[in-house]
Each structure stands twice: as C-alpha cells, then as structure tokens.
Design a protein around this ligand. Structure first.
Ligand code: G3P
Length: 218
C-alpha cells in the first residue's frame, strides 16, 4: 500500500519524507490556499518545491472545468516535472480530459469521487489513480469505507489497472481499514501516518528494556 501525504505544507511533507515511508503527495486548491499559496506563478513554484522534496508522484489539480482549459492547464503542470500527476475533477469534461491524458501517457488522478459508478467511469477513461473521498462520505452518515470495497470489487472483476487512492482519510483507523480492503494508496494528513506508530505497550516495553539494561550495566 502506498502512503501519500495530503497537504501543501512543506514542513509536513519534509517530515513525512524523512520518516522513510512516503510514496507521494496529493494537493488540492483548498490545501494550497490553507498554506497561503495563491496566484498561478506561486502555485507553480510550490509544486516544483514539493517535487524537489519527495521522490514519488505529486498530484497537481487543475482549476478549469472545461475540456480545453483542463488540457492546457494539465499539459503545463505535467511539463513541470515527470513526478506530476494531473488531478482532474469527476465531471464530464474531466473524464474526457482523463482519456486525453491517458492516451498521451500522462498520469492522472480523478478526484471528487463519491460513487462506484463514478469510479468505473474514471477507470474506463484510463485514470492512473481514482480518489474516493471517504471522510466526506462519513461526514454525511454514509459509509466511506464501503465505497472502497465496492470499487475494489469492480476493478478486480475486470482487471482495471487504475489505482484506488483512498482520499479524505482523516485518522489511523481509516488507513488500517483501507489497507484491509485492498486500497492501493491512501492519502491523509501527517497525523494519520505518524499515529500508526502509537501503542502504549511499545512505550512501556521500551522503557523496561532500557531500565533493565541500565541495571545490568551499572
Ligand atoms: O484528498 C482529498 C482531501 O484533500 C479532502 O480531504 O479532509 O478535506 O475531506 P478533506
């Protein structure tokens, strides 16, 4: 299972990269705005910084909602660095643009996916990644994890190579449940990755080992 970090915060990205388990980064316009990154030139420069920090795929989202605009923006983003994955919204023109980019061998991430039917369309259009938003489904009392299971079944039935990128992951149990369900990738905040470390018995056990070592070596 690949671990992506879902942020535009350079210090969180650097920390996750240094931790040694990071496979990539996802961003979106809200995450860029949260870091105060505005304006096309600053956003472009920020994507370059992110690519310099990590080894893996970096999803960069278009803001156009028409096919021509998405193609223009996506081509410019893809030209920045081979690590860039063009992130497209799951709307009709987004699916058309996904097909356009996949035919050209440019990686895509189809985002804002909330149903199995949408995920099927993204796979048919050759998406590299599909991003079901599990946290936002949970927010409206719908089972986000069930969507991961449904997409896994559909993709396996037909051998679709599109990777399921569980997005809107909020906490460690989302990560673990997505892993159990066979999600190819998860993207979440740094806390959802670092939280996997935690177990009181690890801390108690380590403290005891060190105490016993000290006693034996006095
Ligand atoms: O990857 C999608 C993500 O950025 C949305 O997460 O927490 O805003 O629902 P959230």
């Amino acid at each position: 299972m690949k671990f992506f970090i879902d942020t535009a915060n350079l210090s969180d990205i650097a920390e996750a990269q240094a931790f040694g388990v990071l496979d990539g980064v996802t961003t979106n316009p809200s995450l860029m705005a949260k870091e105060g990154i505005t304006g096309a030139d600053n956003i472009t420069a920020h994507y370059k910084k992110i690519c310099d920090l990590v080894d893996g795929d970096v999803s960069a989202e278009v803001i156009s909602t028409d096919f021509d605009g998405m193609v223009k923006e996506g081509e410019a983003l893809a030209a920045l660095n081979p690590q860039i994955v063009v992130k497209l919204p799951l709307i009709a023109d987004g699916i058309k643009a996904c097909k356009y980019f996949s035919d050209k061998g440019i990686k895509t991430n189809v985002t804002l996916v909330f149903s199995a039917g949408q995920a099927l369309l993204a796979a048919k259009a050759g998406a590299t990644y599909v991003s079901p938003f599990i946290g936002r489904l949970d927010d409206i009392s719908t089972d986000g994890l069930n969507l991961i299971a449904e997409i896994r079944q559909i993709y396996d039935n037909y051998g679709f190579e599109t990777q399921i990128l569980a997005a809107s992951v909020r906490h460690t149990m989302h990560v673990i449940d997505c892993a159990k369900l066979g999600s190819d990738v998860m993207t979440g905040p740094l806390s959802s990755i670092k939280g996997l470390l935690k177990h009181p018995l690890t801390d108690i056990g380590l403290a005891k080992f060190l105490e016993d070592y000290k006693k034996g070596n006095q």
